[in-house]
Design a protein around this ligand. Structure first.
Ligand code: FE2
Length: 212
């Protein structure tokens, strides 16, 4: 929520500090609608562990992957009408990454549903990453962006994505979720390819743009 402008004579820094001190958390985790996936050995294995922390972070990645699909959909539109592309960059290559981001979302949605979570529910970390992503979507929606500028927007998303997948894998391992960690590791391999590919396209675009 936007804070009101401080009145004349009010110390804006002190006002901001008071907001920081008084602020509560960004929402709370919605309760699972069912405990069907938490029965038996899985429930015992998770006893004493704060499962909502893992679910919140899975939901965070799912939200970011949705943003990723939107970003690559916008790039596809841009590439389709671009008079020229950097050498090596193709619309098929962009679509391949877009489809992998979508498959990652579907995998994460299933991971949320398995222990009884709702993949459509907004969790605190999904909320925060959604707000962060609005800047990337806004930038990509600017028609005047060059291909190189659009690629730098995608690169920002991919760098965040790679670090976040690594952290999520570490968390899943700490929860003893071996099967989930294996699925996440497969997605990380794809994300590493995305980052390398986008970085390469961008390097070529910069070389062509600068003539060096
Ligand atoms: Fe990616």
């Amino acid at each position: 929520m936007a804070a009101a402008l401080p009145a004349p004579g009010v110390d804006a820094v002190a006002l901001r500090a008071s907001y920081l001190l008084e602020a509560g958390p960004v929402g709370s985790m919605p309760p699972p609608p069912t405990l069907r996936g938490m029965a038996g050995t899985a429930m015992k294995a998770l006893a004493g562990k704060k499962m909502h922390v893992l679910l919140d972070r899975i939901a965070e990645r799912a939200a970011f992957e949705r943003t990723g699909v939107r970003l690559y959909d916008m790039m596809l539109q841009k590439v389709a009408v671009a008079p020229a592309l950097p050498a090596g960059m193709t619309i098929e290559g962009v679509r391949e990454i877009r489809d992998e981001e979508h498959s990652h979302y579907l995998m994460l949605a299933a991971a949320i549903e398995t222990p009884g979570g709702d993949p459509t529910a907004m969790t605190p970390c999904a909320d925060v990453t959604g707000v962060q992503g609005t800047g990337l979507v806004q930038a990509m929606g600017e028609p005047r962006l060059t291909i190189a500028q659009a690629l730098s927007t995608l690169l920002a998303a991919e760098v965040i994505d790679n670090a976040s997948w690594e952290l999520l894998i570490d968390l899943a391992n700490r929860f003893g979720q071996d099967e989930l960690a294996a699925q996440l590791t497969g997605a990380l391999a794809a994300e590493q390819r995305h980052e390398a590919t986008v970085r390469q396209w961008m390097a070529t675009a910069l070389a062509e743009e600068s003539g060096v």
